[in-house]
Design a protein around this ligand. Structure first.
Ligand code: ZN
Length: 187
């Protein structure tokens, strides 16, 4: 089936949606389950993809553009026109591995801040795609990390909440114009 949500992978000078940044309360509100997967939602998905590509991101969650819906778009190969984007609607985690790994993360809502985060190495999720079809996905490496990062956004959590090294975190945030007060460390 040709993907209706396909957009051209290019940088627009004026992306259709506005991003919200760390410190904005919008990022802290939990997202609601989506009950209607229709053309209106697919238009939002398209605009989220255009915004993500324009900002050089590989993932974007709806709360980052001020929409409190359980919706995520991702594309780990934004420079590869043949790689289709991944759309996650109402994703739920089925299983995570006991194995934990550390890697650097960044976020479109916290530009230029890249810090190490510990996360389970693999994750299994279920979700619906942009046509409402139920899916499951077992992911590792960057995909697993990206899924967990974006799913955190649906719960009002940003990756800096998971950074252990608070001294480095405070320095990096202030260097880039963000306040450490905006961090809400996860227990
Ligand atoms: Zn993010």
């Amino acid at each position: 089936m040709p993907s209706e949500i396909a957009v051209e992978k290019k940088k627009l000078k004026n992306p259709p949606l506005e991003l919200h940044y760390l410190g904005d309360r919008v990022l802290r509100q939990p997202a609601k389950r989506i009950t209607k997967i229709d053309d209106e939602l697919r238009q939002l998905i398209r605009e989220m993809l255009q915004t993500m590509y324009s900002k050089d991101g590989i993932g974007l969650a709806a709360p980052q553009v001020g929409v409190h819906k359980q919706l995520i778009v991702m594309d780990l190969e934004p420079d590869n026109p043949a790689n289709p984007p991944l759309v996650l609607i109402n994703p739920t985690i089925k299983q995570v591995s006991k194995e934990i790994c550390v890697a650097q993360e960044g976020c479109l809502s916290i530009p230029n801040v890249y810090l190490d985060v510990k996360r389970p190495e693999t994750v299994e999720i279920s979700y619906k795609d942009e046509y409402g079809r139920p899916k499951t996905l077992k992911a590792n490496d960057l995909l697993a990390r990206c899924i967990q990062h974006e799913m955190d956004h649906l719960n009002g959590v940003v990756f800096v909440d998971r950074v252990d090294n608070s001294l480095t975190l405070a320095q990096e945030l202030s260097k880039n114009g963000f306040s450490y007060q905006a961090v809400k460390p996860v227990a």
